[in-house]
Design a protein around this ligand. Structure first.
Ligand code: FEO
Ligand code: CA
Ligand code: CA
Ligand code: CA
Length: 650
């Protein structure tokens, strides 16, 4: 592939030393953005946006005073083991779009005994809400009407099936129905939501934008790996369908959503006694038993001995246009095939740049740099994400780092070493990254860009092995940490960076490497810098460690969300969740006066709570939690507002 990105030195700094907003910044935050960039006016606006992006942000960063925390105005909440949400004084929270909410008037109501069918679930909000974005719906009402788009990572057999059904998958019609319900509970929800006069929010039943994308929705493939690639020819689904284990996400400047496929390997298995994993399959964690879901018992699509190449349909980032409810989701293969935690998109030198963690202990951090200006690609009717260079991060001990090309013909990725072409490299992304010498990390999860400084922040949720500075000099590393990458001049197309640790997670009571004055937390996962640069951090302490003294997690309590001021390092706990949950997914309306977060897997089997109350099951789904309605626990979006109508976090 020809070198299209010129990495020349240029001074990105303009000549205006003030902190005043630039037009392109206003466009970016504007509820009119899609309109502005879509029509005749859009051409000029888009050119201005691209051409001035670097200088405006670099200038804003230079003017940020250090040592002053004007960002975090709220009173910190204490750690909690309560089976509810706590937010700071002056804030309120409401439930929106819990699992099972019908999106259409012809869909059955949610049944608290979990007796809804697979067909019902196809028209209801999915299970285990995760990454999420808010898309303003029109120019005049963007802060009060929009599309909430969210991932549904996985289903819990103890919660989605009735007591009569049981949790076990059997090789009969009942098993087929249960796998179908699970598949329908996965994927993505697009829901129109509207702010009511009293400040609360509701979903709009029968909105033409309402949509479920599930484990069986037809999918297109684009970029270097086509659906006709030999390694994608599965016998049962020759035309690829479905997206699974959509964890974190991304959103693009052109108004689309990226749902990412993380632990897809776990859905597959086989009863064959002769099946063994290929090196490629083993590198992605494919085993005979998977994660024990046993879907293959009732649905041969997930039997790796019967339908082997189905595996290669997964591990991608999936682009969805929420404004076009009849559009086919597209797997953007140029972004690589990994356990895609998320896909965080930014723009540098007019190119789309996408960061993504491969969330497995010892796996890598990637970035994709688009080949041509994204506006040019859109104008030509091609995707800015289909052509470009995929890089993987190599961290050096001296605080520098290199982005290594995963590009056919470079870094030894040539036929003599067994690499056939770019499609081959992308299907085998992890192995290509191994080959070029990427740096293993402690489970890279979400990535965000501080809009003030253009620093890239990455959560490393926890891990063991490969002890090093970048992995925090803790081994094992049960609490995780957050690293910061800085690329020259804030130019994200560059092949080098410097890095440092932004925050260590943990509890000084157990771990003296953590500052004694710092708010205690562990296993950072979701991270998002809001438009002012407040860093929102969400935790996903595993159910085997939550609340346990013998794991050093008792004082930290339930999973939570914190906010950090990147200028001062100040950290405050903003929210604590109910029992057994993780907190994940965070976005605000453009005016930052409504925040949406997700409570995933409340009431899931959790070692600590199981010991007190028993293990959740289809006959006792409320053992750990009965949040939010005093009944079967339901993953849900939570709306957070400030009672005085102010900006969230102030
Ligand atoms: Fe689905 Fe890596 O969290
Ligand atoms: Ca996650
Ligand atoms: Ca999780
Ligand atoms: Ca996680």
């Amino acid at each position: 592939m020809k070198e299209e990105i010129e990495l020349h030195d240029e001074n990105p700094n303009g000549s205006n030393p003030s902190n005043n907003p630039w037009l392109h910044e206003i466009i970016e935050r504007s509820v009119h953005r899609r309109t502005l960039l879509g029509g005749a006016l859009g051409v000029a606006a888009a050119q201005f946006l691209g051409g001035s992006l670097l200088s405006g942000r670099a200038k804003a960063a230079a003017a940020v005073p250090l040592g002053v925390s004007s960002l975090l105005g709220f009173t910190e909440v204490a750690p909690s083991q309560d089976d509810t949400i706590h937010v700071p004084p002056g804030y309120v929270w409401d439930v929106l779009l819990p699992w099972g909410t019908p999106l259409f008037s012809n869909v059955a109501a949610f049944q608290p005994d979990a007796s809804n069918t697979a067909a019902d679930q196809e028209g209801q909000v999915g299970f285990n809400h995760d990454g999420m974005h808010y898309f303003p719906l029109n120019a005049t009402e963007g802060n009060s009407r929009g599309l909430l788009v969210m991932n549904h990572e996985y289903t819990d057999a103890n919660q989605i099936y009735s007591a009569a059904q049981g949790s076990t998958i059997t090789p009969d019609a009942a098993g087929v129905e249960k796998v179908a319900k699970a598949l329908a509970g996965h994927g993505v929800t697009v829901a129109e939501i509207v702010k009511n006069n009293d400040g609360t929010w509701s979903h709009v039943v029968d909105s033409p934008y309402n949509r479920r994308i599930t484990g069986t929705t037809p999918m297109a493939f684009s970029g270097p790996v086509s659906a006709s690639h030999p390694l994608l020819q599965s016998t049962i689904t020759p035309n690829p369908i479905g997206t699974l284990n959509n964890c974190a996400h991304g959103f693009t400047p052109w108004g689309t959503y990226l749902a990412c496929e993380e632990n897809w390997n776990g859905y597959f298995g086989t009863e064959s006694t002769t099946w063994t994993a290929t090196p490629l399959e083993a590198r992605y964690g494919v085993t005979k038993t998977g994660f024990g879901y046993r879907w293959h018992i009732a649905n041969p699509r997930f039997d790796v001995n019967v339908n082997r190449n189905e595996l290669n349909h997964f591990g991608w980032a999936v682009e969805i246009d929420p404004y076009n409810p009849t559009s086919t989701p597209v797997k953007r293969t140029a972004l690589g095939r990994i356990k895609h935690e998320g896909a965080t998109v930014t723009v540098s030198r007019e190119r789309a740049v996408v960061y993504t963690g491969d969330d497995e202990n010892g796996d890598y951090l990637y970035k994709f740099v688009g080949r041509k200006p994204w506006q040019e690609a859109i104008a030509q009717g091609v995707s800015p994400l289909d052509s470009g260079v995929l890089f993987v991060a190599k961290f050096n001990p001296d605080g520098t780092g290199t982005w290594l090309r995963l590009q056919f013909g470079k870094n030894g990725l040539v036929p003599a070493n067994g690499w056939l072409d770019q499609a081959d490299i992308l299907i085998r992304t992890r192995q290509a990254a191994d080959f070029v010498g990427a740096t293993r990390l402690h489970r890279p999860e979400w990535v965000t860009e501080n809009p003030q400084t253009k620093d890239i922040l990455v959560t490393l949720t926890n891990g063991t092995g490969n002890n090093s500075a970048v992995n925090s000099n803790r081994d094992p590393n049960p609490y995780g940490h957050i690293i910061k990458l800085r690329e020259p001049f804030g130019d994200h197309t560059r092949p080098t960076f410097t890095w440092s640790i932004f925050l260590l997670a943990g509890d000084n009571f157990y771990d003296p490497t953590v500052p004694a004055t710092q708010s205690i937390y562990g296993s950072p996962d979701g991270i998002w810098a809001d438009y002012d640069g407040r860093i929102w951090i969400q935790t996903d302490i595993s159910n085997s460690s939550q609340n346990r003294a013998d794991r050093g997690y008792d004082r930290i309590g339930n999973n939570q969300m914190l906010a950090a001021d990147p200028n001062t390092g100040e950290l405050k706990r903003f929210l604590t969740g109910p029992r057994g949950c993780e907190i994940t997914g965070v976005i605000t309306t453009p005016d930052q006066r409504t925040m949406f977060i997700n409570v995933q897997h409340p009431g899931e089997s959790t070692t600590f709570w199981n010991g007190l109350f028993g293990t959740p099951s289809v006959t006792n789904p409320t053992a750990v939690s009965n949040w939010p309605y005093g009944a079967r626990p339901r993953p849900t979006t939570v709306v957070i507002r400030k009672a005085d109508g102010g900006v969230i976090g102030t």
